[in-house]
Structure formats: structure tokens, C-alpha cells
Design a protein around this ligand. Structure first.
Ligand SMILES: *Cc1c(COP(=O)(O)O)cnc(C)c1O
Length: 381
């Protein structure tokens, strides 16, 4: 890895097969809107068990497409967890609707179904559940709530490609599931994302949405020997290229072994922190398969997390904090979101730390991180 002695918190793996796959597209006729898009969509569907995949230019574009597909618009409210990447809430704002923040469970940082119930109003149209860190949410409860109140349930599984909930892979649990292929995620296309669904109509809507709202694409018109197309509704250019999809297809071949390695690393951290009263890994829910995009610990209240962060960074260990409650960002403050609305999220935010977790991390490095963290915690206690 060409990052000197710094251990980052995440890092991609690119091998010669990946490079050859990309080069072969560069030598072909189709750099974008070509055959690799559909091939990648099918490969992700094959992996997850979903029926349809729509690949887009980013996970964020995929979330936006999902909101469009379920008809979110001005006046609607969509419930999202307080602790997530900002894109989960922003996609609601893109559609002119209002994100409403639900609190998280302090030991898993997953959306709290009881708080979802409390946040439902007559305007609520959907819930976006985030599989924080790679662990699936409580979908039995979330689906029950959604059915009862006629809400659409969307899963932001950007952390959780390959995770399983009660034996079902992410992608087959709810109507719409979103993945990201940013380089820190499980597999990468550089930038990229996908929505998977079993609903052909939703898939078709999202295909139009990624292409300006136009009903056919360039290759399709070429095959039909026609110049005519119709823009049926307002969409965007959210297309992904064949160059990126070729990389995605090649990466996906390695996903199963990469998931195994991520779980091994997490298991090693768990054993190294077992019994510690100062360093507490988030709770893993029995019966589910965690995908470990992140490995997150909670530090004891008496420990100054920010000081631990500084010490670790000085030691060239790329720890991180995922995430500040979204509504505390200045954009949302200016829109009137106030502190205090999700107390568990605000409380836990001061104490969490994400440790390096990626496929190229060696056992020796995991132990080095643990030794370093124990020492930092002693200093900052
Ligand atoms: C990465 C991520 C996104 C956005 O994905 P991009 O591909 O970076 O646009 C959305 N939600 C969550 C939870 C993420 O981690």
C-alpha cells in the first residue's frame, strides 16, 4: 500500500485483473451507456438476490433516485437516522421534502424503531434505514411500522453490501436498497452507486431518472434506428460509465473473500478489547451477518475522545468519527433543526471512534492499533 507508514481507516484493493478490465473497456467502442452497465447490474443482483439493479454515478445519486422513485416531493416528510452520512438526509431535501431525524440505539447506532414511531406525522411518506457500520437494522419492526402507516421503507445499505438480516442478504429485505461504490466501501468503481429492487416499475423510473428523464438511451436508439426520444419527466445526468462498471464487475468477484477478511479483523479487535471497561465495541446483533464497513468503539465517558483522536493521528493511525448528528451541521441548523431532538445520538457522538478496518490491514497492524489505542486511552483518561 502506497500510504507510507500511515494506517488509514479504509483503503481499496486494486489488482491486475481490475486494471485489465478497465483497460479493455478503454479499447472498446462504449465508454458509457454500453454493455458493462447491465452486466454490472446483473452481477450485483446475482450477488444480492435482488431482481433489478440500477447503477448510477454515486451512492448519493442512487439515494436521490430512490426518493424520486417512491414519489417523495414538497410537503412530504421522510424519517432518517440522526447518525449517518449527510447524503441520507440530503436526498430528501433534493426532492423538496423534509428530513425528520429519528434517534439511534446507543449500543448499535442503528435507527431506533420506537423513535421512528414517535416521529411519524400525517406528512410522513417514507423511512430511510441506514445499516450503520455494516450491520442491518431491525427490519421486522421497521417493516411493521411502515406497513401500518403506509410508508415506503428504503434501505441505505452503503455500509452493508453482503450483510445479512435473518438469513436474507441486504438488497432483498426491503423494496429499495442503495449501495455505494466509493473507494472506502466494500467494492469500488471510483465513484458509483446502485439501487436494487424487485419492482420493475421502480427500476424503470430510476433508469429514466439517471438519464434526464428520457425514455430511451443512446445505445437503445441506435439499435432501434431512430433519433426520436421523449423526456417524460425531469431527471439528471446520473449515469455511470462502462469504465467504472468494468471495475465494479471485477471487484465483485472478490467480495466474498473480502467480507470474510473484514469479519476476521473485527473478530481480532473484539478479542483484543474483550474485558476492557474503557474501549467498548458496538453491540453485534446475534443471528445477523455484519459486513463491517466500519469497526466502531465507544470510549468510556471519562475518556476525552478528541484527545484520543489526536494521539492516534499523531501515531499515524487513521481513526475517524462516523458521524456527527446530521442536523447539527450548519445547513440544517439554518433550516431550524435544533440540538436536543435526538439525545442518544448527541450523547454517543462524543464517545465513538472508528478504527482502521479494510481488507489490506494485517493482523500485526490490528494489534498495533489496539496497543496504540490502549495507550492513548490511558493518557486521555
Ligand atoms: C458513502 C455513503 C453514502 C453516499 O455514497 P457516495 O457513493 O459517496 O455518494 C450514503 N450514505 C451512507 C451511509 C454512506 O456511507
Amino acid at each position: 500500500m502506497s500510504v507510507n507508514s500511515i494506517i488509514p481507516y479504509g483503503h481499496q484493493v486494486i489488482d491486475e485483473n481490475d486494471i485489465a478490465a478497465v483497460v479493455s473497456v478503454l479499447r472498446s467502442d462504449w465508454l458509457t451507456t454500453g454493455p458493462k452497465i447491465g452486466e454490472f447490474e446483473e452481477a450485483v443482483c446475482h450477488f444480492t438476490g435482488a431482481a433489478f439493479g440500477v447503477a448510477l454515478s454515486s451512492g448519493t445519486a442512487a439515494l436521490h433516485a430512490a426518493m424520486f422513485a417512491v414519489g417523495i416531493g414538497p410537503g412530504d416528510e421522510v424519517i432518517v437516522p440522526a447518525i449517518t452520512f449527510v447524503a441520507t438526509a440530503n436526498c430528501v431535501v433534493y426532492q423538496g421534502a423534509t428530513p425528520v431525524f429519528a434517534d439511534v440505539l446507543p449500543d448499535t447506532l442503528l435507527i431506533d424503531p420506537d423513535d421512528v414511531r414517535r416521529k411519524i406525522t400525517s406528512r410522513t411518506k417514507a423511512v430511510i434505514a441506514v445499516d450503520y457500520g455494516g450491520q442491518p437494522c431491525d427490519y421486522d419492526q421497521l417493516q411493521e411500522i411502515s406497513n401500518k402507516h403506509d410508508l415506503r421503507l428504503v434501505s441505505d445499505s452503503c455500509h452493508a453490501l453482503g450483510a445479512e438480516y435473518n438469513g436474507r442478504k441486504t438488497g432483498t429485505i426491503v423494496d429499495l436498497t442503495v449501495f455505494s461504490f466509493h473507494p472506502v466501501k466494500h467494492i469500488t468503481t471510483g465513484e458509483g452507486g446502485m439501487v436494487v429492487t424487485d419492482d420493475p416499475e421502480l427500476a424503470e423510473k430510476m433508469r429514466r431518472f439517471r438519464n434526464h428523464g428520457i425514455n430511451t438511451d443512446h445505445r437503445c436508439r441506435e439499435m432501434l434506428a431512430t433519433f426520436h426520444y421523449d423526456m417524460e419527466e425531469l431527471g439528471y445526468n446520473y449515469r455511470i460509465s462502462d469504465i467504472q462498471c468494468a471495475l465494479g464487475i471485477s471487484q465483485l468477484n472478490k467480495l466474498a473473500s473480502w467480507l470474510e477478511r473484514r469479519r476476521q479483523i473485527a473478530g481480532l479487535y473484539d478479542s483484543l478489547f474483550a474485558g476492557s471497561e474503557d474501549i467498548m465495541p458496538l453491540r453485534q446483533i446475534a443471528g445477523n451477518q455484519h459486513a463491517f464497513h466500519l469497526y466502531v468503539v465507544r470510549l468510556a465517558d471519562k475518556i476525552d475522545r478528541d484527545q484520543v483522536f489526536q494521539i492516534m493521528r499523531q501515531n499515524n493511525i487513521g481513526v475517524n468519527v462516523h458521524y456527527q448528528p446530521v442536523y447539527l451541521h450548519s445547513f440544517y441548523s439554518r433550516r431550524g433543526y435544533e440540538a436536543g431532538q435526538c439525545p442518544a445520538a448527541e450523547e454517543v457522538y462524543d464517545h465513538i471512534l472508528s478504527l482502521p478496518e479494510f481488507v489490506g490491514l494485517s493482523d500485526r497492524q490490528v494489534k498495533q492499533v489496539a496497543v496504540s489505542l490502549n495507550e492513548a486511552v490511558r493518557q486521555a483518561g
